[in-house]
Design a protein around this ligand. Structure first.
Ligand code: MN
Length: 415
């Protein structure tokens, strides 16, 4: 295990054991302070300015990697650079290393309180793909629409189903979400009407960012996938179920999902998640050889959904049937190339049993069982003014490696 994830590491920056951003995490983001936008690493409630450190010569191998307003150049460099930068940042933040701790001039410039910054999109996203990799979610939705016997389509256990999404409308946490309008079939009607969506929903997902790209015509082998994946964020794939139901056949979702997808601002490196690797779910039938990893593993990441401050769901990333290596291997098996900064999301993650559903569609069982919030209100789907917050973290011994949160509030539809 790399030294940067050692549970015994302590930083001279203060935080408590529930902080999502201890020295074992060190996620990367993009922030603006005093009119300048640049990359930073989060530690407790502070941001370490990578552009300042680069100017002072702390990252000698690649000048100008952090003199930018996106993480894309850094993502493109690959694992050895990611690890070298992470090791330097980890060392500088240690409580037993004086280089930054005892240099008050540098500390004043390089460590900035989060309340003084504005967060930006961390990555310029070229392409966005959304998978459908939670068996529990697929079974729930399939049961609702096709009945228990036909819940999973015949292809589902053989390949990670996905659709090509829309990167232009991927937005940062905190961006308000306008209720979309579109074509909907009302009850007992044959023809559609044009209306504001009445069945607006969230989807609890986790996404990963591509690091070094692949060449057109050259699939990424399942066992090499990790070389191409930098890290992960929380994703809320907002969905309009009434629009989706009418439009989705035969090519899958289109306008029901292209109006907004929210992501959390801090990208947690796979290196920080390594101590939380766990066994991936057993796959029956055995997938075809190009989807068989030598060591099939996934990550133990606790996930929660809050609606108006009421926790309405608890799930875990480890339940995902198809892991991220299989997703990338399948995505590229035809020779489709990927580029630094591409986003691939898991699909709605639902847990087995009650209380772990990753969408309102499942929580309210297609609107037939309203859920109750702390304040006594009920919901079947989202109302105007509702705020949905997703959060996630890995639990270490006395610390959390977390993702922070991704949040968004629903605005009324246009007139
Ligand atoms: Mn989705």
């Amino acid at each position: 295990m790399p030294i940067t994830t050692d549970p015994k590491l302590r930083s001279f920056v203060d935080y408590d054991e529930k902080s999502h951003f201890p020295i074992q995490n060190l996620p990367f983001g993009i922030f603006t302070e005093k009119g300048q936008t640049r990359p930073g690493v989060r530690i407790g409630d502070m941001v370490l300015d990578l552009a300042v450190l680069e100017k002072r010569g702390f990252f000698p191998s690649r000048p100008k990697l952090f003199n930018t307003s996106t993480l894309n150049p850094f993502l493109a460099m690959g694992r050895s650079t990611w690890r070298a930068v992470r090791a330097t940042v980890s060392r500088l933040l240690r409580e037993d290393v004086g280089e930054l701790r005892d240099n008050s001039e540098l500390r004043g410039k390089a460590l900035i309180p989060v309340q003084n910054i504005t967060l930006q999109m961390p990555v310029a996203i070229g392409d966005y793909t959304d998978f459908y990799s939670s068996r529990e979610h697929a079974v729930n939705v399939g049961t609702m629409f096709r009945g228990k016997e036909n819940a999973l389509m015949p292809n589902w256990r053989h390949l990670p189903v996905a659709y090509h999404g829309r990167s232009s409308s991927v937005v940062l946490s905190g961006t308000p979400i306008r209720r979309p309008r579109g074509q909907v079939i009302l009850e007992n009607q044959e023809n559609p009407v044009f209306t504001a969506s009445r069945l607006l929903d969230f989807e609890l997902e986790v996404g990963f960012f591509i690091g070094p790209g692949s060449e057109l015509g050259h699939p990424v082998p399942v066992d090499a996938a990790a070389e191409h994946i930098f890290g992960m964020v929380l994703v809320n794939d907002w969905s309009a179920r009434d629009i989706q139901k009418w439009e989705y056949q035969p090519l899958g979702p289109f306008t029901a999902k292209n109006f907004a997808t929210s992501i959390s601002p801090w990208v947690v490196p796979l290196d920080a998640l390594e101590p939380f690797l766990c066994k991936a779910p057993e796959q029956v039938p055995r997938p075809l050889p190009y989807l068989q990893a030598k060591n099939a593993r996934t990550y133990d990441i606790n996930l929660e959904v809050y609606l108006q401050n009421s926790r309405i769901s608890s799930s875990n990333f480890k339940y995902l049937y198809w892991n991220i290596a299989q997703q990338l291997a399948h995505h590229t098996i035809t020779g489709c190339n990927v580029n630094p900064g591409d986003l691939m999301a898991s699909g709605t993650i639902s847990a087995p049993g009650e209380g772990g559903c990753g969408s309102m569609l499942e929580l309210s069982w297609n609107g037939s069982k309203p859920i109750r919030l702390h304040n006594g209100e009920e919901r079947k789907f989202l109302r105007d003014g509702d705020t949905v917050t997703l959060t996630g973290w890995c639990q270490g011994a006395g610390f959390r490696v977390g993702f922070g949160e991704v949040t968004g509030t629903i605005l009324p539809a246009l007139d």
